[in-house]
Design a protein around this ligand. Structure first.
Ligand SMILES: CC(C)(COP(=O)(O)OP(=O)(O)OC[C@H]1O[C@@H](n2cnc3c(N)ncnc32)[C@H](O)[C@@H]1OP(=O)(O)O)[C@@H](O)C(=O)NCCC(=O)NCCS
Length: 178
């Protein structure tokens, strides 16, 4: 189940954020990023923040924002984190599909990820399965905790194929299943 993030989720959000950034293999945040910064990254004015629950426990979250202001604001940007303990069980895909629908519902025309670490095979694979393509490679821009300097990808997807029905409910992203 995916639902809007609320303040009572902040402990879980913080725990997931901390566990993810501590790995040093997917986000630029330092392992000792404080709780307030973590919460502010995901929750605040202008951010659509939603969480995934399994058996009533928050196991992942995403934020959806405009990628740029004003003349770039028709393109969405999003960030995702799944608790390492819940990885590989479909949470990331559920969050990703929900995010595409929410973005379409909000009127965005496309979604762009600006910084997908090239060695993050789980993320790259998931985004490709959800219809994103690599449109650029930024050389040696990420200091991976184990691998040293590695590339990051810019990934992009049009939202044209994501339908929103008349009830305001968005349909399933088409073409996202292999
Ligand atoms: C990347 C991330 C969101 C994926 O979430 P997840 O819940 O583990 O992924 P899922 O179980 O939903 O798997 C989604 C798909 O990716 C594939 N996948 C997952 N892990 C994979 C891996 N290590 N290697 C290759 N493919 C993988 C699965 O096969 C699955 O495909 P399917 O839906 O067709 O069966 C999650 O691992 C995470 O939060 N990682 C740390 C933070 C991060 O990297 N965020 C994204 C930054 S761009």
């Amino acid at each position: 189940m995916i639902r809007p993030m609320r303040e009572s989720d902040f402990d879980a959000v913080w725990a997931i954020f901390h566990a993810v950034v501590a790995t040093g293999d997917s986000y630029v945040f330092a392992a000792d990023t404080p709780r307030d910064s973590a919460v502010a990254y995901f929750f605040g004015p202008g951010i659509t923040a939603r969480v995934a629950e399994r058996d009533g426990v928050v196991v992942g979250m995403y934020k959806l924002i405009p990628n740029r202001i004003d003349r770039g604001s028709h393109v969405a940007n999003a960030s995702f984190m799944v608790a390492p303990s819940a990885a590989g069980r479909g949470v990331g895909r559920e969050l990703g599909e929900d995010c595409l629908r929410e973005a379409r519902r909000a009127g965005f025309e496309a979604m762009q990820f600006n910084f997908v670490v090239s060695t993050n095979t789980a993320a790259v694979s998931l985004w490709q399965k959800l219809g994103f393509v690599i449109v650029g490679t930024l050389p040696r821009v990420f200091r991976h905790a184990r691998l040293g300097l590695v590339d990051a990808y810019v990934m992009h997807r049009s939202l044209d194929d994501i339908s929103v029905d008349r009830s305001g409910d968005a349909g399933s992203p088409s073409g996202t299943r292999p």
